[in-house]
Ligand binder design. Structure first.
Ligand code: SF4
Ligand code: SF4
Length: 352
């Protein structure tokens, strides 16, 4: 089922949805001298006119699933505590692009579809519904198609929003998932659209994605041993400052640390790019140099993660690590160097 909406229809629909959900959508937000596009909770219906779809958000919605700082438990209570944001109100994420949907799916694999289930992540995830957004043009430095992600269509969310300039199309992809949320009732009054109308828009927008200069030839997973030992990681990553910005903006990076604050046990984001990340209490650090940390980060995404998760890449090609790096260290160039080195050794695919 495809519905056709004017901007006003979308606003009214979201206004109705706000009565059932905490709606979280992308907005332009001033941060000092910078203006960023960030996912924020919608607090009033007036804010609905300011939802901003035109650019890839600066940050993915990962902090709503794995918060930067997360209070997990209180020692004296002796039981799991519930952070304030955990209400029974479900959350609706509006306008999530394919790369960020894939980032959330990767988190699902790691935190809930494995032997160990993270109850904090699980509860946030089960409490969330996602409306995807079809990209109209590539984000700066993105290469999602090279890691198998379609920026225009995504079947893994129940609803997908397409921007048609003057209005929108909303495609209902999974009615089962929407049951109980009354969304289908809310959509009833809206006019239906022919699938050919939508196909035309997608076909037109797809033309904008054909000029990608970067290509990833090596199959996943990268051969671990050869990549680990043959590549000159020091030369490839010499400019890295170890600031960790790339990992904090990355929708698939999930390293964390635990710490106590008086009686509270907390979890906070950490980064494999930090020198102390692997430091042992003895003083020994198995990753003493920054190039060793870079090697870990890249091989985690392109070798270890695909090995452990049926070939799925650990990178969704969003390009944020490139755009945000203060020294312009470009993961695409490092990837090409890895490919070139391995090709020189006669390695073409995952032949290890
Ligand atoms: S953002 Fe750039 S400089 Fe900072 S850790 Fe990442 S690659 Fe290194
Ligand atoms: S490694 Fe870079 S391009 Fe890949 S998902 Fe993370 S931020 Fe995006």
């Amino acid at each position: 089922m495809i519905k056709k909406l004017t901007a006003q229809d979308l606003k009214e629909l979201l206004g109705e949805l706000r009565q059932k959900f905490l709606v979280i959508a992308p907005f332009r937000v001033k941060q000092g001298r910078l203006t960023k596009v960030l996912y924020q909770p919608v607090k009033t219906n007036d804010q609905l006119s300011s939802i901003y779809f035109k650019e890839q958000p600066d940050a993915s919605p990962k902090e709503y699933f794995l918060p930067r700082d997360d209070r997990l438990a209180e020692e004296t209570a002796g039981a799991d505590c519930q952070p304030e944001e955990w209400s029974d109100n479900p959350r609706l994420f509006l306008g999530v692009r394919s790369c960020d949907i894939a980032g959330i799916e990767l988190f699902d694999d790691v935190f809930i579809e494995n032997d160990f289930v993270d109850p904090f992540y699980q509860r946030r995830r089960e409490n969330s519904l996602i409306i995807g957004y079809s990209c109209q043009e590539p984000a700066d430095n993105s290469f999602c198609q090279e890691v198998g992600i379609d920026p225009l269509e995504n079947e893994n969310v129940p609803l997908m929003l397409y921007d048609a300039g003057e209005g929108f199309y909303l495609k209902v992809q999974d009615q089962e998932l929407l049951k109980g949320f009354e969304i289908l009732d809310m959509l009833q009054e809206l006019p239906e659209a022919e699938s050919s109308e939508l196909e035309e828009i997608v076909t037109e927008n797809r033309k904008n994605f054909s000029g990608d200069e970067f290509s990833l030839e090596l199959e996943l997973p990268f051969p671990e041993k050869e990549a680990f030992t043959s590549v000159d990681w020091e030369e490839a990553t010499a400019s890295c400052l170890g600031c960790g910005v790339c990992t904090f903006y990355c929708p698939t990076c999930f390293c964390f640390k635990f710490f106590w604050e008086e009686i509270e046990k907390n979890r906070a984001w950490d980064s494999c790019m930090f020198s102390l990340f692997t430091a042992h209490a003895s003083g020994h650090n198995p990753r003493e140099r920054q190039d060793q940390r870079w090697r870990q980060r890249l091989l985690h995404k392109f070798s270890y993660h695909p090995t452990n998760y049926q070939g799925s890449p650990g990178c969704v090609g969003c390009g944020r690590c490139v755009s945000k790096c203060p020294v312009n260290l470009d993961i695409r160039k490092v990837l090409n160097r890895v490919e070139k080195t391995l090709a020189g050794e006669g390695v073409k695919g995952n032949e290890s």
